[in-house]
Ligand binder design. Structure first.
Ligand code: BGC
Length: 926
């Protein structure tokens, strides 16, 4: 039995290291940074008091013990003597009291920015008089279900924010703008108002403020690099004009996403290039050796610290491919590596091994004579090496004298809607932007799929085999599954959630053994929990909040990310979570996507490497991540219905590439499809994607799950939530999620399709086999076999005593009209009690709480009822002279499984019960 130990101090340290290394310094004039000993600073911007640790939605809902803001970290600096202008601080505090933080009400309701305090000239002048420098905080959030917009307060600064930067930059000799944002924002103000320093701190999780502090005070030099190109205007991004439609997103820019577009067609539109980021020191980068042997290019690059501070540098290698017949961007990232900390004058040699086949382009139309193949067209493949895409210099030429086919595949996911796409044409002034028709689908995908059906399987009845027999190698998986009835199999492709009583409280879903009968066969229920920035447990259990995806990508440090996610893996084991619902790895196609904060970059190679690093870290301790959202989830607006129209080449080279890296390099075994469609087929039922490419081409043998309550369609039809037949067929193994899988609450059509012959038992059996194979590799299987008791030793300092949630909490069934007895609970000031309830159905309930108190009539005893970790209602009791009195509130339960937490503001109250009366029922199916 392996003993696992989670060292909380080490976890905290690694998160802080990541938060530091993700800081991207874009400008640093007049020695603004690092801060000097004895400095007096005036800090502007309300965001100094409300640090955004992450974005919103499922990727941000981590219950935390604490979050260290940069202001807290600066205030308690023990490294430098720093004085913060207290008068200004108090001016802000007084204003914020009158203008409190607006959280919004409910899901996707928090505004993406907060109202800023207008600055009077004399406030700024006074501050400038007594301070050596200014720091200005700008904050932005965004998230699931609501995109950014190209408006002030979202992608653009508001007039008040601009005014603040203008006035402060003018009045202070040194002014630093800190951007606490999920992804890039408009930067035109940098050219207009000239603050002397600018940095992206992103959203750094609970240790974010500490990581940023380390950079500000010069404990470390910044070493983060931009994972996205910052262009002058949102209009300059080639995807902007095709972003935000309600039905269709036409990917006209094709493979020319981010720097692939700007470096090829519009260099002058770039304010800060991809891969760019300053340090306090400077490095010389010299290529000491470059050669090719057997199709692999070896490079050795010496990096020498020539400056006065110690620091790290990230070296990037880009290929410039010949244009050939296909046309290519002038730069594509093919490798990167980061040095260790180099003292002044010290060098390190970074070695790169780059397979030439990685330079191949995908011929989706057959223009090279090799349709559906990755090819290297004849010509020079020039490697550019440097510390950002612009300054990288030509360092090695590799010449291919005739076309070489690297891999022959077959046409998959090709578009059916005609459109044109970008293509460079060479002119005297460089590359001109032209458009060509996109190659359209030429195969009959439906009949091809039918030809590829697996062999059928017959039901054998119960033979007494258990999943443990398969695990122990005494029974074949297929024979074991032959014992399952059709109905058992149909249940198995339904995940249960959210808050399934079968798994860790407050998590997103359970899958596998989701009925008693499946449990009897020895199939346990595995647990999945959001998400990319830490474990989300809606019942209030605290977890570690990690830096966001964009920040992690900016570190360009895969070793660090791997080490950090080993810690996350241990935290998952401790909370009995088998697979995290992350990393999110969609491409930053456009800066306005609300979920960019969860994702890594505009570049698929960087994206793939970061996801692979996270998975490798989790795999070290036997858990995994569910890479998502497969594929092209690049817009939140109308996300359940949007159809992304994309060429097969762009899919393969850009939108699928990161996933391919994660599968092939890190052995990903769990993947989540999207809400929307690609080329007319909702991805949850997209056979070409989920079977042919993922499994057939890449060798994936894990599970594919839908996004929560996703739609599925038969090509040509509209997506609906209960059309599970094409989902099963495509080998999207799991429909996530329903309240009670054995009751088929969504009326899904799996069994009906089996009955009318449009689906085979062999196909359903194949899904069940995928699920069982996955589960057998997960900790839940070790636990039910008694191979590991699931306990994890936790050492190091945890801030909260409450970190441990009672994992074995019992669910109580509460039928409509029933009451939950509260007679035996102890009530004192600040005490709390948690109940896990399973209602008859989801919907709006009238909740009647009955209590009494012998305290005086004017006594006030508030009881707050939380649903998960969100306050749902406060019942305010006064003294009742011992009479029982009742209060009613309406509360909406979107799920029949729920956690209710009662928090008592004061003691002195006695409660009898809570009665539940259904007002309106609600079904996620609609
Ligand atoms: C999100 C997923 C998430 C799931 C479960 C969905 O709304 O799109 O990314 O994992 O919910 O919370």
């Amino acid at each position: 039995m392996t003993n696992y130990t989670l060292d909380w101090d080490q976890y905290t340290k690694l998160a802080r290291l990541a938060a530091r290394e993700g800081v991207v310094l874009l400008k640093n004039e007049h020695n603004t940074l690092p801060l000097k000993d004895g400095t007096t600073i005036s800090i502007f911007g309300r965001s100094q008091f409300s640090y955004y640790k992450s974005g919103t939605g499922s990727g941000g809902m981590v219950n935390i013990d604490y979050v260290t803001s940069p202001l807290d970290a600066l205030k308690s600096s023990s490294d430098l003597s720093i004085t913060i202008n207290n008068t200004l601080l108090q001016t802000y505090e007084a204003w914020i009291e009158k203008n409190p933080f607006d959280k919004g009400e409910g899901w996707a309701a928090e505004p993406w920015s907060q109202k800023e305090m207008p600055l009077d000239d004399d406030v700024v002048a006074q501050a400038a008089k007594g301070s050596d420098m200014a720091i200005i905080f700008i904050g932005r959030t965004a998230g699931e279900d609501k995109d950014n917009t190209a408006d002030p307060g979202s992608y653009l600064l508001t007039d008040i924010e601009k005014d603040m930067i203008r006035k402060v930059s003018h009045a202070f000799e040194r002014s630093l703008v800190i951007l606490n944002v999920g992804n890039i924002i408009d930067m035109q103000w940098a050219e207009e108002y000239h603050p002397t320093a600018i940095l992206y701190a992103w959203q750094g999780g609970m240790e974010g403020g500490n990581g940023l502090y380390d950079v500000l005070v010069g404990k470390v030099s910044p070493s983060g690099k931009l994972p996205d190109t910052i262009a002058r205007s949102i209009e300059d991004y080639p995807s902007t004009k095709n972003f935000g439609d309600t039905e269709k997103a036409i990917y006209q820019e094709d493979i020319y996403v981010g720097y692939r577009y700007f470096e090829t067609f519009a260099k002058d539109k770039v304010l800060y290039p991809f891969g760019f980021g300053l340090s306090y020191t400077n490095f010389a980068v010299d290529v000491a050796g470059a050669s090719e042997l057997n199709g692999v290019i070896s490079l050795s690059v010496n990096v020498t610290n020539k400056g006065e501070y110690e620091g790290k540098e990230a070296v990037q290698v880009y290929v410039e491919k010949p244009q050939g017949l296909l046309g290519n961007p002038v730069r594509s990232l093919v490798s990167f590596a980061k040095t260790n900390v180099l003292q002044t004058g010290r060098s390190e040699t970074l070695n790169f091994e780059i397979p030439v086949k990685d330079f191949a382009s995908y011929d989706d139309g057959g223009i090279t004579g090799n349709k559906s193949a990755y090819v290297l067209e004849a010509g020079t493949y020039r490697l550019h090496i440097g510390t950002d895409i612009r300054s990288a210099v030509p360092s090695f030429d590799y010449y291919i004298d005739s076309l070489h086919v690297v891999e022959t595949l077959s046409e998959n996911m090709a578009p059916v809607t005609p459109f044109t796409r970008m293509k460079p044409s060479i002119s005297a002034n460089g590359y001109q932007l032209t458009f060509e028709d996109v190659p359209l689908r030429t195969v009959d995908v439906r009949s091809r799929c039918l030809e590829e059906l697996p062999g059928n399987r017959e039901y054998t009845g119960d033979k007494g085999y258990k999943l443990a027999d398969v695990y122990n190698g005494t029974v074949e998986l297929d024979m074991f599954l032959d014992q399952l009835t059709d109905e058992d199999l149909a249940i198995m492709v339904r995940g249960e959630g959210m808050n399934s009583p079968r798994v860790t409280p407050g998590t997103a879903g359970a899958f596998g053994g989701v009925s008693d009968r499946l449990n009897e066969l020895g199939i346990p229920a595995a647990c999945c929990a959001d998400g990319p920035s830490g474990i989300r447990m809606d019942c209030g259990t605290k977890a570690f909040s990690l830096p966001n995806g964009t920040l992690l990508a900016s570190t360009f440090n895969v070793e660090l990310i791997e080490a950090l996610f080993e810690m996350t893996g241990l935290e998952m084991r401790r909370n009995r979570v088998d697979t995290l619902l992350g990393p999110g790895m969609n491409i930053h196609r456009n800066p306005l996507n609300g979920r960019n904060f969860e994702y890594f970059s505009e570049d698929p190679y960087l994206t793939g490497k970061m996801a692979a690093a996270q998975l490798k870290g989790m795999h070290r301790v036997g858990v995994t991540g569910t890479i998502k959202h497969f594929s092209a989830n690049n817009q939140e607006f109308h996300r359940h219905d949007i159809d992304s129209i994309i060429s097969e080449r762009a899919l393969r080279e850009i939108y699928l590439k990161g996933y391919e890296i994660a599968v092939k390099e890190a052995g990903a075994t769990s993947i989540m499809t999207t809400y929307g469609a690609v080329n007319g087929v909702w991805t949850a039922g997209l056979y070409d994607q989920n079977s042919r490419i993922l499994r057939g081409e890449w060798g994936f043998d894990g599970i594919v799950m839908t996004d929560w309550w996703a739609k599925i369609n038969d090509e040509g039809g509209l997506g609906t939530k209960n059309n599970t037949a094409p989902m099963v067929r495509s080998q999207n193994d799991l429909y996530m999620v329903v309240n009670q899988p054995d009751a088929n609450p969504f009326d899904d059509n799996t069994l009906a399709a089996l009955a009318d012959g449009s689906l085979t038992r062999g196909e359903l059996h194949r899904n069940a086999a995928n699920i069982c194979r996955f589960i057998m590799k997960m900790p839940v299987m070790e636990r039910i076999l008694g191979l590991h008791d699931g306990s994890i030793e936790v050492i190091g300092l945890q801030k909260s005593e409450e970190n441990e949630f009672e994992l074995d909490v019992e669910y109580q069934n509460v039928a409509n009209g029933d009451s939950l007895s509260l007679e035996n609970i102890e009530i004192s000031t600040g005490s709390r009690h948690v109940f896990a309830v399973s209602l008859d159905e989801a919907g709006m309930y009238e909740i009647k709480m009955t209590g009494r108190s012998y305290a005086g009539e004017l006594a006030q005893m508030p009881v707050t009822l939380f649903q998960g970790s969100t306050p749902a209602a406060t019942f305010s009791f006064n003294g009742t002279n011992g009479e029982w009195v009742s209060q009613t509130k309406q509360i909406f339960f979107f799920n029949k499984h729920a956690y209710l937490k009662l928090h008592f503001g004061l003691g002195g109250l006695e409660l009898k019960d809570i009665k539940f009366d259904l007002v309106n029922s609600f079904s996620m199916k609609d």
